[in-house]
Write a protein that binds this ligand. Structure first.
Ligand SMILES: [Zn+2]
Length: 303
């Protein structure tokens, strides 16, 4: 587990440092649903990149968070348990310490931290945009066990709904991360079809329709592949993978793109590719990450 957290997570201080640096460098959050438009060309709808009119000097930025499901194995190992609404109606986290103490916080997870940052710096967000929350469905959503077969399914759905509504009201949008966190290039078309239907039934029914498909493992399929065409035919207009550099390209009827991963691997091993966003070395959290994780790889900064 510790390897997983080190490799694929950022710490709270790292995320805060990233936000400060991105804001200082004139990035502005935009809604991923606003980057494309459909135009009629010779009577047929065609997807195209949309020109956004941002405030002068600002550079568009999309933040997306995968797997905001709070899987059981994570909860047992130090993650927060779920997103809730605090007494003021703001999105906060709920967790329980090993001693049984319940904690409601707005300072230990991406969503409330970014909400507070935008409250303080409204010009970091274009028209209130926050980020994309990409959800699977097999262990419910946002820490609520809403999936088919869950013993408390109805009450969990009822509890999740106000949180989902508040997230939408406050600029967050949802994307599909597949139902079962499937590796799209490796599964059959039949499996992808079943998975997509299940996501729509169990997750789409809660968060609403989405045009955003965020590939699990960041692993994409390309135009010409029947699975690509199926995703497009299913209503997904933005297909987002993961890669070392971000790009966007309209192809095969979809807006395709790679996202960069903000995690321990990137902060330590891919410092050059992050340099346009922030100084990875200044962001890296040497206080909370084990010394053994970063010491060998960033020897020049050994204190
Ligand atoms: Zn994932």
């Amino acid at each position: 587990m510790s390897d997983g957290y080190n490799n694929y997570f950022t710490t709270v201080p790292e995320f805060k440092r990233m936000l400060e640096a991105l804001y200082e460098r004139d990035f502005i959050l935009v809604d991923l649903n606003d980057v494309y438009e459909e135009k009629k060309v010779n009577g047929k709808l065609k997807l195209a990149k949309k020109t956004m009119m941002l405030p002068p000097g600002k550079k568009p930025l999309v933040i997306s968070v995968d797997d905001l499901n709070y899987y059981e194995y994570m909860i047992e190992n130090g993650n927060v348990f779920k997103l809730v609404l605090d007494e003021d109606g703001n999105v906060a986290t709920w967790s329980k310490t090993p001693d049984g103490e319940e904690i409601v916080s707005r300072d230990n997870e991406i969503v409330p931290i970014l909400d507070l940052f935008v409250e303080e710096h409204p010009d970091f967000s274009f028209r209130g945009a926050k980020g994309v929350l990409a959800l699977t469905g097999y262990e419910g959503v946002l820490g609520y066990r809403t999936q088919s077969g869950s013993p408390d399914r109805e009450s969990e759905i009822a509890a999740a709904k106000p949180v989902i509504e508040r997230l939408k009201e406050t600029g967050w949008v949802f994307g599909s991360h597949s139902y079962g966190h499937i590796n799209v290039p490796n599964v059959s078309l039949t499996r992808l079809k079943q998975d997509t239907a299940k996501w729509k039934r169990e997750v789409g029914s809660l968060v609403g329709d989405t045009a955003l498909f965020i590939y699990p493992y960041g692993a994409r399929v390309d135009p010409g592949d029947a699975k690509f065409d199926f995703l497009v035919a299913s209503g997904y207009k933005v297909l987002s993978a993961v890669g070392p550099t971000s790009y966007t390209k309209v192809q095969g009827g979809a807006y395709t793109m790679d996202r960069r991963h903000m995690d321990g691997i990137a902060l330590i091993e891919q410092q050059k590719t992050l340099a346009d966003l922030f100084d990875p070395d200044a962001v890296l959290d040497r206080d909370n990450r084990p010394r053994s994780y970063w010491e060998k790889k960033t020897p020049h900064k050994r204190p």
